[in-house]
Design a binder for this molecule. Structure first.
Ligand code: SF4
Ligand code: SF4
Length: 438
């Protein structure tokens, strides 16, 4: 029996804190400048195609790459390139950024019009040109997903609307506010990728979204809206695929290997919108929340907006900020400065005060097994921790550490407060380094 088939209900029962689910998304006033990173997708970064002093418009191409795993980057504003410089990212790496001073006009690049698409290769080309990447957080270039090696064997689209991370409600708002875009995106994918069945996965803590989507798709027998039990991390790609189709994505496999394309719901909505307008990916809706934020909201912003501008729009800090997260509390990445810019795949900005942030002391493992029970892939996080400490590469392989998606469930449930997710992360690096050395 495979890893998922035995335990479909593992995971962590986290509190939802969906405080902003009824906050309609609102557009931020145009900021004075944006800072657009050249690293906004999985894969090598883009190279800037503009220089200091250049004029740009909304939708102007400002970065691209010849690498297979990449997606072009477009200006989200009209204005003048103030600088092309470097930014230190949250993991300490450096990346190039294009800083643009806005002119308040928001003039649109000439020639932007709906793409002319009549077949699969043209669809893939159009999606690449749009700069679309997975908007649920992963940032995987979408045109690559739309062009699997085994295209004729792929029959199912899973639209991932589970949004299982606490606090985040931007996907929920997409369902409520942009349902036609979602349906148009699904139709385009069905038509050009040759998909015969669609599963829309929604956690059952969003009954209105389930009811709305079921009503809108009632006449289409190829689309099923699947209500998933609300246990984190139901939105993880492998988990969602298994819950909706019963197909198991084993270690080293892609969803397309089991005939599935998994696409986040906001990514799907963008495809619908892009096929209608031709405007590349230049803006993003984020949930801004956390106890340090005065007025939590769902905010639509130009890509590259500084976090400080978002916070100001949300009433500023009501308590001194202690921790700022790009993404949710389970898988989000800590950022050290509110000058950091919004990226394409950024779906939330959470800011917490010292009252909500504490670093617990690690204690000795009591062998309770909770970490293993909580792991959606039935990994053995404590064993991995020990093997990593001993630099036992063969054991790490046997323990299938590369399956770990760093969801945080094991750390969350551990009564000894062991930082298992972090040690898994390091263990994966150890294994990668050892394999590369070989
Ligand atoms: S972080 Fe990794 S080991 Fe821990 S529960 Fe998630 S997938 Fe399992
Ligand atoms: S949950 Fe914590 S204490 Fe329990 S077995 Fe895992 S590491 Fe040990």
């Amino acid at each position: 029996m495979s890893f998922l088939q035995q335990k479909t209900l593992s995971g962590a029962r986290v509190k939802h804190f969906k405080n902003t689910e009824n906050c309609a998304s609102v557009e931020i006033p145009l900021p004075k400048e944006v800072c657009i990173s050249m690293s906004q997708h999985m894969g090598p970064p883009c190279k800037p195609t503009v220089a200091k002093g250049d004029s740009v418009k909304v939708g102007t191409l400002i970065g691209d790459s010849d690498a297979f795993l990449s997606a072009p980057i477009h200006s989200s504003v009209s204005g003048t390139v103030k600088d092309v410089t470097e930014l230190v990212t949250s993991n300490g790496a450096r990346t190039q950024v294009v800083i643009i001073e806005t002119d308040g006009e928001q003039a649109v690049e000439e020639g932007i019009q709906p793409p002319v698409v009549s077949n699969h290769p043209e669809f893939v080309k159009a999606i690449r040109a749009s700069g679309l990447v997975g908007l649920g957080g992963a940032g995987f270039p979408t045109h690559i997903k739309m062009n699997p090696k085994n295209l004729s064997e792929v029959d199912t689209l899973v639209v991932n609307a589970a949004e299982c991370e606490p606090y985040i409600t931007s996907d929920y708002r997409t369902i409520v506010e942009r349902s036609q875009d979602i349906l148009d995106g699904i139709e385009a994918i069905k038509k050009y990728v040759g998909i015969s069945q669609v599963k829309i996965a929604v956690e059952n803590n969003k009954p209105q979204a389930i009811e709305l989507l079921r009503r809108l798709t009632a006449e289409d027998p190829s689309i099923e809206v699947c209500s998933l039990r609300s246990i984190y991390p139901k939105g993880a790609e492998k988990v969602t695929t298994y819950e909706t189709t019963g197909r198991v994505i084993q270690e080293g496999m892609l969803p397309s290997d089991v005939g599935v394309i998994v696409e986040n719901v906001t990514t799907t909505a963008f495809i619908g919108q892009y096929m209608r307008t031709g405007m590349p990916l230049v803006s993003k809706c984020l949930t801004v929340d956390g106890d340090a934020i005065a007025e939590p909201k769902n905010v639509i912003v130009p890509v590259g907006t500084h976090y400080a501008d978002l916070v100001a729009f949300c009433g500023g800090y009501k308590k001194p900020p202690k921790k700022m997260l790009m993404g949710g509390p389970m898988m989000g990445i800590a950022v050290f400065d509110d000058a950091y810019p919004v990226l394409k795949n950024n779906n939330a900005l959470l800011v917490f005060s010292a009252e909500k942030v504490y670093v617990s002391e690690e204690h000795a493992c009591i062998r309770c097994g909770r970490c293993m029970s909580a792991c959606p892939y039935q990994l053995m996080p404590r064993q991995i921790e020990v093997a990593a400490k001993n630099n036992d590469i063969e054991k790490l392989k046997k323990l299938k550490v590369m399956l770990c998606m760093e969801c945080g469930c094991c750390s969350y449930v551990c009564p000894a407060k062991r930082n298992l997710t972090f040690s898994n992360k390091l263990a994966k690096q150890q294994l990668r380094a050892a394999t590369a050395k070989k």
